[in-house]
Design a protein around this ligand. Structure first.
Ligand SMILES: NC(=O)C1=CN([C@@H]2O[C@H](COP(=O)(O)OP(=O)(O)OC[C@H]3O[C@@H](n4cnc5c(N)ncnc54)[C@H](OP(=O)(O)O)[C@@H]3O)[C@@H](O)[C@H]2O)C=CC1
Ligand SMILES: CC[C@](O)(C(C)=O)C(=O)O
Ligand SMILES: [Mg+2]
Ligand SMILES: [Mg+2]
Length: 337
């Protein structure tokens, strides 16, 4: 089925400029949405608990910070940008009691709606604006006059105007400069989880770590291995970003391209594709969501252990040493990035 793609000319910015927006959370996505909404002339307040370490960051940027309940009560559009596993509790405790007829409840990812963790009442719009990129780059691209593509979806159209509202919001954070695609909460959730697990984060991290291990275990210098499998990956992916895999193949040598064509399918073998299909199945049938919610409720023991193991991987120490010598590479991720 053909997708609908919208650009700035299709969006009416005045719709979101006429709303009182509460952004709940001020992390990667929260800071990007809030600052760009404000720069687009939208009335924004931030909802954060009293003890939140994000409060100071938002206040330093001149934003008005309230508790999540106060922000929800004051606003007529509430965008939840707290961690997915915390959203259900925030919704029940702070948002639901403050929802009024005609309010809009917005999400940056469909997890809590797709897996029935949040069940909004019938009298509010329920929509999503999900940028297809990390929040710090969503903000950086907006500041640079560019934009990260975004997906919009409407789960519940109580006002009859939810899609135009979502598109207006997406335009205000720069998404419609690059293209906004209309989808569903289900499609966004399942493709986003699959992308981050199998390709963008899980797949890419494991590929890089394994390549580094194979080279260093064979006696090659860690610094050379780092440049080969991590640093240069960005340069190769930049070519794909600009012109697809064909552009990447045009720029590399014939020798590299022959290796790419003949060895790539041996690395990402049919067995890897089968495993990817299993991972997609666990997303579709809710296995991953149940596992992740239970892990979070148990205090994240496995998450913490695996994250620490990743931090201790030898590629991290080698990379830190090399990046310290390249001031332009380790660009700090700040609230104005
Ligand atoms: N990271 C990304 O780039 C992307 C994220 N998304 C989605 O955006 C949403 C937010 O993710 P992300 O930006 O990564 O989140 P982060 O973990 O970066 O930030 C979470 C924010 O929520 C705050 N928070 C924690 N608990 C509460 C609470 N009880 N009430 C209010 N605020 C709270 C945190 O404050 P504190 O400082 O106190 O911890 C922090 O400011 C998720 O749905 C995610 O799937 C979608 C696309 C990309
Ligand atoms: C790729 C990870 C992501 O889905 C994103 C930045 O888009 C996320 O959830 O952070
Ligand atoms: Mg994503
Ligand atoms: Mg995601």
């Amino acid at each position: 089925m053909a997708v609908e793609i919208f650009y700035d000319d299709d969006a009416d910015l005045s719709i979101i400029q006429g709303r009182k927006v509460a952004v709940i959370g001020y992390g990667s996505q929260g800071h990007a949405h809030s600052l760009s909404l404000r720069d687009s002339g939208v009335d924004v307040r931030i909802g954060l608990p009293e003890g939140s370490k994000s409060r100071a960051k938002a206040e330093e940027q001149g934003l008005r910070v309230l508790t999540p309940a106060e922000a929800s009560a004051e606003a007529d559009l509430i965008m939840i940008l707290a961690p997915d596993t915390k959203q259900r509790h925030i919704y029940e405790q702070d948002i639901a009691p403050n929802l009024k007829d005609g309010d809009a409840l917005f999400f940056g990812h469909g997890f809590n709606i797709r897996y029935d963790l949040i069940k909004p009442p019938a009298n509010v719009d329920v929509a999503m604006v999900a940028p297809k990129g990390p929040g710090h780059l969503v903000r950086r691209q907006f500041v640079d006059g560019k934009g990260v593509p975004a997906l919009i979806a409407v789960e519940q159209d109580a006002s009859g105007n939810a899609q135009a509202l979502a598109l207006s919001y997406a335009a205000a954070i720069g998404g419609a400069r690059a293209g906004v695609i209309k989808t569903t909460f289900t499609e966004e959730t399942e493709t986003d989880l699959f992308g981050e697990q199998a390709v963008l984060c899980g797949g890419a991290s494991a590929l890089v770590q394994t390549g580094f291990e194979v080279l260093t275990e064979a006696g090659y210098a860690p610094e050379i291995a780092y440049f080969e499998v991590l640093h240069e990956l960005k340069l190769i992916v930049d070519l794909m970003y600009e012109g697809g895999i064909a552009r990447q193949r045009y720029s590399i040598s014939d020798t590299a391209e022959y290796g790419d064509l003949t060895r790539g399918p041996r690395v990402i073998s049919p067995a890897v594709k089968e495993e990817m299909k299993k991972i997609l199945g666990e997303i579709q049938d809710g296995t991953f969501a149940r596992e992740w919610v239970a892990e979070d409720e148990a205090g994240r023991p496995n998450f913490t252990k695996l994250e620490e193991q990743g931090n201790q991987h030898p590629i991290e120490a080698t990379g830190k040493k090399l990046r310290d010598l390249m001031s332009w590479v380790d660009r700090p991720i700040t609230e104005t990035a």
